[in-house]
Design a protein around this ligand. Structure first.
Ligand SMILES: C[S@@+](CC[C@H](N)C(=O)[O-])C[C@H]1O[C@@H](n2cnc3c(N)ncnc32)[C@H](O)[C@@H]1O
Length: 221
């Protein structure tokens, strides 16, 4: 039996010290080559103007303009402190002219219909207060044929994977946040039943060792 979800936050990560610790943690993962931007590119999100939902300090998204040509990244982030950090990191990557961050809640995106060539997000879904509304927004802001890639952890990952994630989570003060994020995350079955109620009809949910990824395209058929 999987334990019920424990809701973590509807406001994102706001506290300055936590943002700083999160930045250090993601930097550490990036330096070990454990940031999965290549999977996003392989899924077909490799050109044009793209939206990242909940970029946090930005590393996953910032690897994207570095590895693609002539592209533009828009990050939609609910936390102003995270935006400041992501902007600083964009300058560090030298891609500040191609990476723009906007404050907002993904349940009501401040973008026009049919605007983006692709949408991606990692590790943010478990924090969305109404994921079904965010999925509908992803559909709305994507151009016809545009693709999406939404990945997150899953709460029923194996005890070994939980132990392993805790082991590699540095600095140590991020470990309690990791636990609450896992407890707030969805199972594949839960996310499939949420997706079934949304406009993202042509999706695929792939189970991964630590989580899952939702991929698909708007109006392919
Ligand atoms: C756990 S962090 C993940 C950051 C980054 N994507 C990564 O993989 O390291 C989740 C991020 O999503 C943001 N977030 C949470 N809910 C959001 C929402 N409704 N709209 C926009 N951003 C949101 C948080 O503020 C936080 O920066």
């Amino acid at each position: 039996m999987v334990k019920p979800r424990v809701i973590e936050t509807g406001e994102g990560i706001q506290d300055e010290l936590t943002v700083e610790a999160y930045d250090i943690m993601q930097r550490h993962l990036r330096d070990r080559g454990w940031i999965e931007t290549d999977q996003i590119i392989k899924s077909g999100i490799d050109k044009g103007v793209v939206l990242e939902i909940g970029p946090g300090p930005g590393f996953i998204g910032l690897e994207w303009p570095k590895k693609t040509e002539g592209t533009k990244l828009n990050g939609l982030e609910i936390s102003p402190t995270m935006i400041e950090t992501a902007e600083k990191n964009a300058r560090e990557y030298g891609v500040e002219a191609r990476a723009k961050y906007v404050k907002g809640d993904a349940v009501k995106m401040p973008f026009e219909n049919d605007f983006f060539d692709g949408v991606f997000s990692n590790g943010s879904l478990h924090e969305w207060s109404q994921p079904e509304r965010v999925f509908d927004e992803v559909f709305r802001v994507l151009k016809s044929g545009g693709t999406y890639f939404i990945s997150d952890m899953r709460r029923n990952m194996s005890p070994f994977m939980k132990w392993f994630m805790k082991l590699v989570t540095k600095p140590k003060e991020m470990q309690s946040g990791l636990k609450s994020s896992i407890n707030a995350s969805y199972t594949v079955e839960e996310i499939k039943s949420i997706l079934a109620t949304t406009s993202l009809k042509e999706h695929e949910v792939k189970k991964l060792m630590m989580g899952f990824v939702v991929t698909g395209a708007k109006n392919l058929h």
